[in-house]
Design a protein around this ligand. Structure first.
Ligand code: JF5
Length: 237
């Protein structure tokens, strides 16, 4: 199979990616040759004998800021003049959604830059025409875990990676709703029984029940998704 997507990751902690990239779905995608993922140590582009990558913030304040020339030379050296979508992981970015995962999966080449300490100098993202992306409203100590989230969500959408394409269409968010509850054997567990409708063999009834449960959950847990979905009256919720 020909390479569908190349991802270059830039980080100060390259070693944390290794087991993740070799495991499960990502390991299979890479062994199949569908995706190529390279991890680069930003310190290789550090300055001076100590390979310095960060400095104190102009204007004062806590923490350190990664210097723009370090990040820009790293990305430019690796991607040359090829077409690449540059993404910085940061809590100040735009929200990473399933829609964004689909968009990224359609690109041929991604560069993911993991910030650390307080921030990356603003000029780096400007010069690289980067998109700053956040995986959610919380702070991690570095962009590494967020980058892994993005890699996982994107690579599983690359054609040929997952066997079952139908499951992609029915899963959470693809339709804008949360998933209905799922059950398997045993029929009864600690006094809790599987809803009878799922054993009825009536596929129309089952589909109706699942839809209703999806809507109920979405309304209760993610009201903003429920509103956006625009529930009709006949759903009775
Ligand atoms: C980071 C400066 C990066 O905390 C995050 C993050 C949360 N959602 N998406 C990314 O990244 C670590 C912290 C401070 C840059």
């Amino acid at each position: 199979m020909t390479v569908q997507l190349e991802i270059d990751v830039f980080t100060l902690f390259p070693e944390v990616f290794e087991p993740f990239l070799s495991s499960s779905m990502l390991g299979i995608a890479r062994r199949k040759g569908l995706v190529v993922i390279r991890v680069h140590d930003l310190r290789e582009w550090g300055k001076g004998k100590r390979r310095q990558v960060d400095d104190t913030p102009y204007g004062g304040g806590a923490g350190m800021v990664i210097m723009p020339d370090v990040v820009v030379s790293a990305v430019e050296d690796v991607v040359k003049d090829e077409q690449v979508k540059v993404v910085f992981l940061a809590p100040s970015g735009v929200l990473f959604t399933q829609q964004k995962a689909f968009d990224f999966a359609r690109s041929r080449r991604l560069a993911l830059v993991c910030g650390h300490y307080e921030a990356i100098d603003e000029r780096a993202s400007l010069i690289l025409n980067a998109e700053e992306v956040s995986i959610g409203d919380y702070v991690t100590s570095g962009g590494e875990a967020p980058a892994m989230v993005v890699i996982d969500a994107v690579v599983r959408l690359v054609p040929g990676v997952l066997g079952n394409v139908a499951s992609l269409l029915s899963e959470s968010f693809s339709e804008g709703l949360l998933e209905h509850p799922h059950y398997t054997r045993p029929y009864e567990f600690r006094g809790l029984k599987v809803p009878d409708v799922l054993l009825s063999g009536d596929h129309k009834k089952i589909a109706e029940w699942r839809r209703k449960e999806s809507l109920r959950r979405t309304k209760e847990r993610r009201y903003e998704l429920y509103e956006r979905y625009g529930c009709s009256e006949e759903d009775g919720l």
